[in-house]
Design a protein around this ligand. Sequence first.
Ligand code: PMP
Length: 440
Amino acid sequence: MSMINGFSPADAERLDEQERCLIERRERLLGPAYRLFYERPLHTVRGEGVWLYDAQGRRYLDAYNNVASVGHCHPRVVEAICTQAAHLNTHTRYLQEGILDYAEQLLATFSAGLDRVMFTCTGSEANDLALRIARHFTGGEGVIITRFAYHGVTGDISELSPSLGNGITLPAHARTVRAPDAYRLGAENVAATFAADVRAAIADLRAHGIKPAALLLDGIFASDGVFADPAGFLAEAVAAARAEGLLYIADEVQSGFARTGSTMWGFQRHAVQPDIVTLGKPMGNGQPIAGVVARAEVIESFGRSVRYFNTFGGNPVSCAAAKAVLDIIQEEGLQQRSAELGGYLLQGLRRLAERHELIGDVRGAGMFFGIELVSDRETKEPAPLATRRIVNDLRERGVLISAAGPRENILKIRPLLAFEKEHADLMLEALDQALGAGTY
Ligand code: PMP
């Protein structure tokens, strides 16, 4: 009898049945709001380094995970978690060194001025808190976001996340601006267009009697379709917003922790200085820890009038994990690696664009890429079906990525920062094959 991935066909059949069972149980127990990746959902049972393993023992190269950024189950992070969990795990209403040691190390990665940090469990909570702080500080209410933004799941923040779908109604205090899309607007027009849109949004809020509080932007515009270039394009819009008394909240949940290359933070590519920065995802390599970094004066006016206690936010185990992550990034030179390997990957992806008509645009920074697929390079007509097929085809080939953008026609690729050159080559080869495999 022939074997599949070391299993007999009968075993494989049973495992498929197991997966069907799991899907049915999820629906029954968790309800319909949870969505799975891939047409053939992946049943992951183990992670190690850049690899995820399914129930049949097959391995998948993780080119999508911006959480386990330094590597799945990184031994140093696991050790830090276990040691702290075996010792003490309480909360922030007792004196402890761990949270302060981490806070010092984290704040040292920001330029002077951004010198306070508050801890939460999720990026959503961080954005929610940032918004409360901004509103308190400015006395305003209005918020400006991009058209297909994603900032999280709390009540206030989900309303500022149009990419959640048609069920989201933009509140009266929010205005959207077009994504800074160099592919469609032209690289030379991005900065001025984006700034003009922000100015118009501020004017419109005021015209409706709403005082603007904040410009809230994802540092890599991930859900809008991944927009990184030209570096510096944010400066004009941020200056315009700050001149009007708004605070600039840099949502670094996606673009932070060396993701966008040689800078630790995405906003640094644009040489802008945020008033508030929100952090999350890779911060604890899977341990739920997120945070808000801000200028002292911004945080203090809020903190003096509102008590803050988040039961799990900044707990000792999460802080130990986060400290291990930052140690790894700094000691293993992952910023440099993100820039160098990211540059190598970008070149490789651009070479693929020379051979595959379907690729309209290749963009990104560091280890974050968007590959826009179009059915016609002249009209730039999005090709969402082809995008979906390629994402699923790659999954079958053992490489995990996903899609983004309002039309879901942009391959979204975020390889773990733990990638080596051999993994980059594997990914490029699989993508080349997937692009060449069908008639799209
Ligand atoms: N902001 C951005 C830009 C995000 O991508 C996300 C999560 N995808 C969040 C905020 C919310 O983070 P969390 O899921 O940890 O609440």
